[in-house]
Structures are given as structure tokens and as C-alpha cells.
Design a protein around this ligand. Structure first.
Ligand SMILES: [Fe+2]
Length: 304
């Protein structure tokens, strides 16, 4: 186990808070856990124990405010603050309690222009089942009901820089990459045994969200998710289909503000002694959509 444990939360901007809550609660099936005096809404996926993994904030334009990773403990958090500073980035501390039930957060901007946070503590909310003799599923699941917030794919103009930060400083492994000669066009990075916890894709701008992804337990549940988005007239983009990269089973659609959501299952188990997989850019269609082997126009151009 590494010192950075896993994705902890993503904070996004939505243009109509009511419509976003309906989407993330009714269609996705997430659980609302709090609202604060700033008007932010905090949610979690059903099988997450910590208080929240998604934060919604009403704003004039969609996109991602920040993505956070939970780290092992306070010592790790302060060690990483020093290492990030030595890497050459400014760090900022956000006070404990600024997010409900959450300890102090370390904030910095990666070379691709994305704001990240690290934190060590977040209060337990529970997953609807006891931790002794727990059972296997909560009994009030709604909508697609992914078990967790899984990863983000982020577009930015310095993939090499963010790759170096995440591998050299934060201890992530490079599980897969898309290369154009010597240039990294996309990197898939894991701090765990998942095929990715975050991905960076080369683009002409800084700080864009390509998609946020939620994990479901099976290919069958991805198919079920497709029925649920159709029944709710949610804008559909791609799938259900298969990724070459990660081998995951996938479905893409948009929230009411145009933030891209993914529902994802499968993928292999990553161990740090597994070799990095490399796709050449000419094989990009197959790397992205293994079944169709065709690129999708909106998938390459629409970001928030
Ligand atoms: Fe994804």
C-alpha cells in the first residue's frame, strides 16, 4: 500500500444546482450527506464509508474545481507538502472543517493546470450497513448506484509535468500510456491496485475535466446504467462498450451542466511489478474504444 491511498473527492461546478442534485441522486443514485452555508452540496456513492466524495457548487460555467486524494496519515501529508514544494509548486493549506467532517487539506496546482488536494482525515458516514455482520448491500439503493467515485481523466497542456509530479513525488505508477514517438500523449496513473486512479491527456489548454468516473460491480450493471440514463433522458455519448486501455467496460453520458460522467466496471488488478502498457497514437481508436475502433468526435473535443 502506498502513502497516497485513493481518490477521495471531486468538487465540480454545475449551472443549475437543483437539476444537478436530481441527476446525481436520482439517476446516479448517490447519497446526499450535507449542505453548507456556501450552498455546496456533499454526496457519496453508496458503498463509500467516508462522509463525501462529490461536492457540487453552483456557478456560471461547468468544470472541476479540484480533485482530492486521501493519504495515509498527517505525517504523510506534511512530508508530501515538503516534497511538492521541493518539486517547485506552491502549496496552500485549507483549514480543517472547511469541508464538513474533513481535516486540513493541502492544495496545489499540477503542471497541467488542475487543482489537487491531499488530506488525511474525513469522518465516517457509513454505507448503510453495520460493520459487524454487515450483509452485502444497503437496502435503499437507487438509480445506477455505483459503489464508489473511481477516477478522473483530465486534459491539460503539460502531461509530462503532471506525470513527473505524480510518479516522482506522489508515488503513483504508470500503468498505461499513449505515445507519439517520445512524447506522452496520455498517461494512466495508479496509487492502488486499480488500472488507474487519475489520467492526464494532452490538450491545448490547462485545467480541463474530461470525465469523472464511478465504479459499478459488473458489465451487467453498465448495461443497466444505459437503460437508466435512457429512461431519464440523460444525454448519452458513448457505449456501453469496452476500453482497450484498462480493459474496462464503460458508458459515457453528461450531467445537466455538460460535465461528462462515466460508469465503469472491470479492468485488471495492477501490481507495481507489472509492466507499463504502451499504445502508439495510431492505435488510439482501439485504445479508447476496443469494440468500435473508431474515435468519437465529441469525446475528443468536449471538455468542461
Ligand atoms: Fe475513465
Amino acid at each position: 500500500m502506498k502513502t497516497v491511498l485513493r481518490p477521495g473527492h471531486i468538487a465540480i461546478r454545475v449551472m443549475d444546482l437543483g437539476a444537478a442534485i436530481t441527476h446525481y441522486v436520482k439517476v446516479l443514485g448517490m447519497v446526499e450527506t450535507a449542505r453548507d452555508e456556501q450552498g455546496r452540496v456533499f454526496l457519496k456513492a453508496w458503498d463509500e464509508h467516508d462522509h463525501h466524495s462529490l461536492v457540487l457548487r453552483e456557478a456560471d460555467a461547468p468544470g472541476m474545481d479540484y480533485m482530492a486524494f486521501k493519504v495515509e496519515d498527517e505525517t504523510t501529508l506534511h512530508d508530501l507538502a515538503k516534497a511538492i514544494t521541493e518539486f517547485g509548486l506552491d502549496v496552500e493549506w485549507v483549514s480543517a472543517g472547511e469541508h464538513p467532517f474533513t481535516g486540513e487539506r493541502l492544495r496545489f496546482t499540477a503542471p497541467t493546470g488542475h487543482v489537487f488536494e491531499l488530506y488525511a482525515h474525513k469522518g465516517l458516514y457509513g454505507n448503510g450497513m453495520p460493520t459487524t455482520n454487515p450483509g452485502i448491500r444497503a437496502d435503499d439503493l437507487k438509480g445506477i448506484h455505483p459503489s464508489r467515485f473511481d477516477h478522473c481523466a483530465l486534459i491539460g497542456d503539460d502531461v509530462e509535468g503532471s506525470y513527473r509530479l505524480f510518479t516522482e513525488v506522489l508515488g503513483f505508477d504508470l500503468t498505461e500510456q499513449v505515445v507519439d514517438g517520445d512524447e506522452k500523449r496520455a498517461v494512466f496513473l495508479s496509487c492502488s491496485t486499480k488500472p488507474h486512479d487519475v489520467a492526464f491527456i494532452q490538450g491545448p489548454v490547462k485545467g480541463k475535466l474530461h470525465h469523472m468516473s464511478f465504479f459499478v460491480d459488473s458489465w451487467a450493471q453498465v448495461l443497466d446504467a444505459a437503460d437508466i440514463i435512457a429512461s431519464n433522458d440523460v444525454p448519452h455519448e458513448v457505449g456501453p462498450t469496452r476500453h482497450g486501455i484498462t480493459r474496462g467496460e464503460t458508458l459515457y453520458f453528461f450531467d445537466p451542466s455538460g460535465n461528462r460522467n462515466e460508469v465503469f466496471s472491470g479492468g485488471y488488478i495492477w501490481y507495481p511489478d507489472r509492466p507499463t502498457l504502451t499504445w502508439t497514437v495510431d492505435e488510439m481508436p482501439k485504445a479508447l474504444f476496443f469494440t468500435e475502433r473508431k474515435l468519437n468526435e465529441t469525446f475528443l473535443t468536449v471538455v468542461t
